[in-house]
Ligand binder design. Sequence first.
Ligand SMILES: [Zn+2]
Length: 265
Amino acid sequence: MKLTAENYHSCIANYQFCSVSQYKDFCGSYGKKGCEKTALAKIAGKYEEKKTTALLVGGYVDAYFEGTLDKYKQENQECFKKDGGLKAGYIKANGIIERVTQDRVFMRYMSGQKQVIMTADLFGVPFKIKMDSYLPGQAIVDLKIVESIRKAKWTGDSAPMDFIEYWGYDIQGAVYQKVVEILTGDKLPFFIAAATKEEATDFEVIRIPQTKLDAALSAVKTNLPRIQRLKAKQEEPTACETCEYCRQTKVLSGPIWEHDIIFDI
Ligand SMILES: [Zn+2]
């Protein structure tokens, strides 16, 4: 199957190829617990996560950099109020775009080829990736619109961590780097070009250290066989019983301990 912008997110593409978001659906990140049952339901087209405003605003800024903002607005009428004006979140997005486009370094990293799709076999599993800004032979850059760059996050009794670790962007970097390396022979550094929705937009280009990418890739290698067996229906998925999808069918088997309330990783 040849992947294009049109079929990249289709059920058949999600069945044939693993992706970073699919991997995180199965295995989770610190910020969001994985759920095998929901991950499989998504692949089967039985469940779709609601498009949150946060997600749409990110897509809006991506579309700006890709040069497809008009198309994006047409396809996402949620951007507009009844009177035809842009909703607050998108006015903010315009502010972010205006701010970061003034910065030479930010724009240099965002000057690569946009939304580049590649596929490769990763540890025997077909993977698909879509890069926000690809500078062949130089760098892979992913654009993230976030609440805050500096604010520490944590879960359960973990140590505080930054938003990159919390949302598993190191996993994304590791997979993108490996796929590009398999196809081109170049092992490129991975950067997050981040900008915030704060009153005064903060922004940085952040490099993820190679040791972190290596560790993330090794976790991917460990977890992929189980994902493949689940997708091939050779093993039964477990349900997390706490996500939106599971909550619709969950049945209590008895009480839980208080210390299990806060999600644990
Ligand atoms: Zn679940």
